[in-house]
Design a protein around this ligand. Structure first.
Ligand SMILES: Nc1ncnc2c1ncn2[C@@H]1O[C@H](COP(=O)(O)OP(=O)(O)OP(=O)(O)O)[C@@H](O)[C@H]1O
Ligand SMILES: [Mg+2]
Length: 409
């Protein structure tokens, strides 16, 4: 009987020990979880049922946590794509000024790679921008600074924003080179146009005053001054017309009437219009083209205007006895036209600027003209989907090329 009781007590003891072990094991695990998810450990239930409930709660919390994690991962991926595609540069620096993140645009703008771990000073390499970033670090206020980097021909704007959590900063870098250039062009345009207007207006004023002062009655000077007034008014009218043309073409208001056109007929009709002028200036005008050139897609009258502008320039800038050649040949993707002269040539540093509105090389050299012809020509060629450029050797003359796409069959 006694031994039976002993066995019974032993079995009871084993069962109790098993429950106790289960209980403590579960409690340990829950404590670990609790620590992980930062729930106050003292508020934990201590009975088995409560612990089971807690375990279920933790399981469902984990499911929610996993879902949030995956949402966060997809948000992160989206943000990474945006930062990668952004044309503005983004840099994130820690409180010690060490770069923690840089998007591709920032690396391109500062012409560096592997910037992570480098200092802001090393990456930015500009005193004013570094000072702006330091100001932001000290004041914890947004700071902005714009600088021109002549070596890189860039105009950059930096906005430094304090990072409220980590004590570092977010640096936004914008490339304002294009905007800045457009602004300069606009400013130049206004100052150029006022300059161009001032000269003929001053002559008109002087001529009318002379006439008023008695020259009108003079049988010789009267008609001569009136003739000069008329010439000045013609020049002003031409300038107004050219400006109007230019602004219409630039704003896309001019609809091109495109039709297949044989390059040789374009060369011939422009040459016919300019032959007399060239001969009067003592110049030989020749035409050369490949046989069987494919047609181009063109608005004939507009392209004729381009060729006339180019030939007119060649006539103006070539001394008597010189030559002007009009050429056309087939190249990859289209027909390349050329207007070649044996004139005074264009200096190397002006070649890229002659297509700008009002640009003239050494204005004294030019007897007439407002500097709009090439600008208009460029717009017409580009509206045709073509390209225009010039090459020149100051000893041998200039060549103006333009390529126009073939007509679609
Ligand atoms: N064939 C050329 N040879 C030498 N210089 C040239 C030639 N063509 C153009 N240029 C230079 O480029 C400048 C700009 O030419 P553009 O045709 O735009 O103006 P322009 O001839 O002066 O005036 P516009 O054509 O408006 O009457 C000229 O003033 C001249 O300095
Ligand atoms: Mg011209």
């Amino acid at each position: 009987m006694n031994s039976f009781l002993l066995v019974f007590v032993a079995i009871l003891f084993i069962i109790a020990a098993w429950f106790a072990w289960r209980y403590y094991d579960l409690k340990r695990r829950v404590d670990e979880f609790t620590l992980l998810i930062r729930v106050k450990p003292e508020s934990l239930p201590t009975d088995v049922k409560g612990i089971e409930n807690l375990s279920n709660a933790i399981a469902s919390l984990k499911a929610i946590f996993d879902l949030r994690l995956s949402n966060l991962a997809s948000d992160n991926a989206r943000l990474a794509t945006v930062l990668e595609q952004l044309i503005d540069g983004v840099l994130i620096a820690d409180m010690n000024g060490m770069i923690q993140f840089a998007n591709p645009a920032a690396q391109k703008l500062f012409e560096t790679s592997d910037v992570i771990g480098c200092s802001v000073t090393e990456v930015v390499r500009n005193h004013q921008l570094v000072v702006a970033w330091r100001r932001c670090q000290q004041t914890r206020d947004v700071q902005s600074e714009s600088v021109e980097l002549p070596a890189r021909r860039q105009f950059l704007q930096l906005i430094a924003i304090p990072d409220t959590h980590a004590g570092g900063s977010l640096l936004l870098v914008r490339d304002l080179t294009r905007v800045h250039r457009l602004e300069t062009v606009r400013r130049d345009f206004i100052s150029n146009i006022s300059h161009e207007l001032r000269t003929p207006l001053a002559s008109l004023k002087a001529l009318t005053e002379t006439l008023q002062d008695g020259a009108l009655a003079d049988p010789d000077a009267g008609p001569r001054f009136l003739g000069r007034i008329s010439a000045e008014v013609d020049a002003l009218t031409q300038m107004a017309q050219e400006l109007l043309d230019l602004s219409r073409i630039e704003s896309g208001q001019v609809d091109l009437i495109l039709a297949p056109l044989a390059p040789k007929s374009l060369l011939n009709s422009a040459a016919d219009r300019m032959r007399m002028q060239a001969e009067r200036a003592g110049l030989k005008l020749s035409i050369k083209y490949e046989n069987n050139l494919p047609n181009i897609s063109a608005d004939k009258s507009r392209l004729e205007q381009v060729l006339v502008n180019l030939i007119h320039n060649a006539v103006k800038f070539t001394k008597p006895g010189g030559e002007i050649a009009l050429e056309a040949e087939s190249v990859l993707g289209g027909v390349r036209f050329a207007v070649r002269d044996s004139g005074v040539g264009i200096p190397e540093d002006s070649l890229s600027r002659i297509f700008e509105r009002f640009y003239r090389v050494e204005k004294s050299r030019t007897s007439s003209g407002t500097g709009l012809g090439l600008s208009i020509s460029k717009h017409i060629i580009e509206a045709h989907g073509g390209r225009i450029w010039a090459e020149s050797d100051e000893r041998r003359g200039s060549i103006f090329y333009f390529i126009l796409p073939f007509a679609k069959k």
